[in-house]
Design a protein around this ligand. Structure first.
Ligand code: GA4
Length: 332
């Protein structure tokens, strides 16, 4: 079980790379590949997603989370899709947050919206669908850029997986309540909003309001804060992209801490393949004498493994190829 307190390790304000989508494409694809290899995370600016799309979903999220608990509990539980509070996954992990977890399939959104926003479900589902479409486009554009940078002849080899009509992508709205100012004075430490983990999917596209809290873990165990910007996206490499690139890209370990007098809300698109899709190192990325680091697995198999383990588990290790001396463990 994950213990919800923050280790008081040194943090550093080292910047993470920025990908400016208005730049020249050839330069961009090299930059995106380097960012995925070295950091597993980068910021995306000039993404062309209209501000109103971001603000509309933020407004819907704020409206939902500001209701009394009794109202929020009328939403279907996040098992699998709906409202959850404190409990993360099914393995005893807890955090100082509440959230809405939604499948990106419009039919599922339409069903769950009736329980989340009984007064105006259409308004809620429109804001959600519009945001998902925009975030999915950003994810696909990035995946096509990196495919170019990796010299993969089929530029859509990876993005196609999350454009698939049966894609198992999900959207999550995380709400980290403000720390009570009185409580803040007594306990001068941060607490864990969402414990350390890597995302199991292919690519994560995150947008938050202007409140800090997201941190990434470096190889040497430092925690680096990711400065918030409500009009930028933060993109993170997930475990499945690590496997697809045979370990060339690394999924990034991250966490969210709560520390302030302002509440934080993040809206996160997790781009995943269809449940029956195979995840296996792309053959064009393997040189003749390189062996795959991972056994082939389906997204359903990996998802099941991820969901049955606690947050901090280095789950990709379960799928390493038996004779793979090159495995880079994803554990901290
Ligand atoms: C992390 C990324 C997404 O938020 C998520 C999370 C999921 C959940 O909250 O149910 C998991 C977590 C996430 C990874 C390990 C398992 C599953 C909680 C947990 C302990 C929706 C996802 O896909 O994986």
């Amino acid at each position: 079980m994950f213990v919800p307190s923050v280790r008081t390790k040194k943090t550093s304000a080292v910047g993470i790379p920025t990908i400016d989508l208005s730049m020249q494409r050839s330069e961009l694809s090299e930059l995106a590949v380097r960012a995925c290899e070295q950091y597993g995370i980068f910021k995306v600016v000039n993404h062309r997603v209209p501000k109103r799309v971001l603000l509309r979903l933020e407004e819907e999220g704020n409206r939902f989370f500001s209701q009394p608990v009794s109202e929020k509990l009328l939403a279907s539980p996040a098992a699998p899709f709906g409202y959850g509070s404190r409990n993360i996954g099914s393995h005893g992990d807890v955090g100082e947050l509440e959230y809405l977890l939604l499948h990106t399939d419009p039919q599922s959104i339409s069903q769950v919206s009736k329980t989340i926003s009984s007064k105006d479900p259409a308004k809620f589902s429109c804001a959600v669908n519009e945001y998902i479409e925009a975030a999915r486009e950003v994810a696909c554009e990035i995946l096509e850029l990196v495919a170019e940078g990796l010299r993969i002849p089929d530029k859509m080899a990876i993005s196609r997986l999350i454009r698939d009509a049966h894609s198992d992508s999900v959207l999550r709205l995380n709400h980290y309540p403000a720390t009570d100012p009185c409580h803040d004075e007594v306990v001068a430490t941060n607490s864990i909003g969402f414990g350390e983990h890597s995302d199991p999917q292919i690519l994560t596209v995150l947008r938050s309001n202007d409140v800090s809290g997201l941190q990434i873990s470096t190889q040497d165990g430092l925690w680096i804060p990711v400065p918030p910007d409500p009009f930028e996206f933060v993109v993170m490499v997930g475990d499945s992209l690590q496997a697809l690139t045979n370990g060339r890209f690394r999924s990034v370990r991250h966490r969210a801490v709560t520390s302030g007098s302002k509440s934080r809300m993040s809206m996160i698109f997790f781009g995943a393949p269809a449940l029956n899709s195979w995840i296996t190192p792309l053959p064009v990325l393997l040189s003749p004498h390189q062996r795959p680091l991972y056994k082939p697995f389906t997204w359903a198999q990996y998802k099941q493994a991820a969901y049955s383990l606690a947050l901090q588990h280095a789950r990709l290790d379960l799928f390493k190829a038996p004779d793979s001396p090159l495995l880079i463990s994803a554990s901290p």
